[in-house]
Design a protein around this ligand. Structure first.
Ligand code: MG
Length: 358
């Protein structure tokens, strides 16, 4: 029996993961943690009979320290997942990571810890799962480029002027993926893709100059890699997160899944476009924070978390999100090689600064 704890079990990834586990033999849920959806958590406890359950921020910290778990799936939203990730690495757990913010804010630090404790992260993010599958077993020297695909979100063809009038409802209508609210907003601003560039850089040790982002509206190719001989290997599948979740849990094996099969004839065509950076300042801000590195990505992320939260509460306009992030980044002087404490401090300070700006 492989024992799993799921951190963030009532969210979009958490519920999909429980569905995956219910169809897999040899897997048992040992721990569940949720932020505040107690009704759903109660139902999950009844169905899965976990040994340990935790609620809220402190609960999250405690559950990431359970020794019995073989696999820890980190599926919480935001940089709140960072401490859990660090705990799971130190306990040498197998980690299925669906929390990209922790790699965004502390990528260099996490890389060092992974090396020190000889732990491997298996990515759950669909793009990174695709890349992970494409490079599995290859010599890293053979890799010439990572090709990260992006659906482009609901506003791919909007003018900047049209973007100023979009509502929360418009933003939450993602064209190809059904996801949680925060990541759906991040996908509409395309900051999500910027985060994923940073995530890919740290997960696969690829320099930023070798990561290309391509708009692919059908979201059938989840990402790919180009090798030194010019050959491209990409991974395709339906837009169903149960696929990358299952792969992260059963890796290196593949097991039969309940995911519907992809009908290529029905898909018909696959298109690719360049990103128009002028319409997506958040994407550009993410790339610039990545290049500055140090504590700047932590500022980027914290400012975004606050701004997105306010946007979802209808307190600010959609285009105010990049403006707030930009202001927070301009105010900050990045510290090189930060420790975990430095990152957590910058994270909480930035939250306060951005709250005050609103
Ligand atoms: Mg993704």
């Amino acid at each position: 029996m492989i024992k799993i704890s799921i951190l963030g079990s009532t969210g979009s990834i958490g519920t999909s993961a429980l569905d995956v586990v219910s169809h897999l033999k040899n897997f048992k849920i040992i721990g569940l943690s949720a932020n505040k959806n107690i009704t759903l958590l109660r139902k999950q406890i009844k169905e899965n009979k976990p040994k340990i359950v935790a609620v809220g921020r402190d609960g999250l910290k405690n559950i990431s320290l359970i020794k019995e778990a073989d696999v820890v799936l980190i599926a919480v939203v935001g940089s709140v997942g960072l401490t859990s990730l660090v705990n799971a690495i130190k306990l040498k757990k197998r980690i299925a990571l669906a929390n990209k913010e922790s790699l965004v804010v502390a990528g260099v630090l996490i890389e060092k810890l992974l090396k020190k404790y000889s732990v491997k992260i298996i990515p759950v993010d669909s793009e990174h799962s695709a890349i992970f599958q494409c490079i599995d077993g290859r010599n890293p020297k053979e890799l010439s480029k990572v090709i990260l695909t992006a659906s482009g979100g609901p506003f791919r063809n909007y003018s900047y002027k049209k973007l100023s009038a979009v509502t929360v409802k418009d933003v939450l209508k993602h064209p190809t993926w059904k996801m949680g609210r925060k990541i759906t907003v991040d996908s509409a601003t395309l900051i999500n893709k910027g985060f994923e560039v940073i995530e890919a850089h740290h997960l696969f040790g690829v320099p930023y100059s070798k990561i290309e982002v391509v708009i692919h509206p059908q979201s059938i190719i989840h990402s790919g890699v180009e090798f030194v001989d010019g050959s491209i290997i990409a991974q395709m599948g339906r837009t169903d997160m149960r696929l990358p979740i299952q792969y992260a849990l059963t890796y290196p094996e593949r097991k039969i899944s309940t995911v519907k099969r992809l009908d290529l004839v029905k898909v018909g065509k696959l298109e690719f476009f360049k990103i128009n950076p002028r319409n997506f300042p958040c994407f550009e801000l993410a790339l610039s924070a990545a290049k500055i590195s140090g504590t700047m990505p932590a500022v980027l992320n914290a400012a975004n978390e606050i701004a997105v939260g306010k946007f979802l509460e209808n307190k600010i306009d959609f285009l105010k999100i990049p403006k707030l992030i930009e202001r927070a980044m301009k105010k900050h002087c990045s510290v090189k090689n930060p420790l975990l404490e430095d990152i957590l401090q910058v994270d909480s300070e930035t939250r306060k600064i951005v709250e005050e700006m609103i």
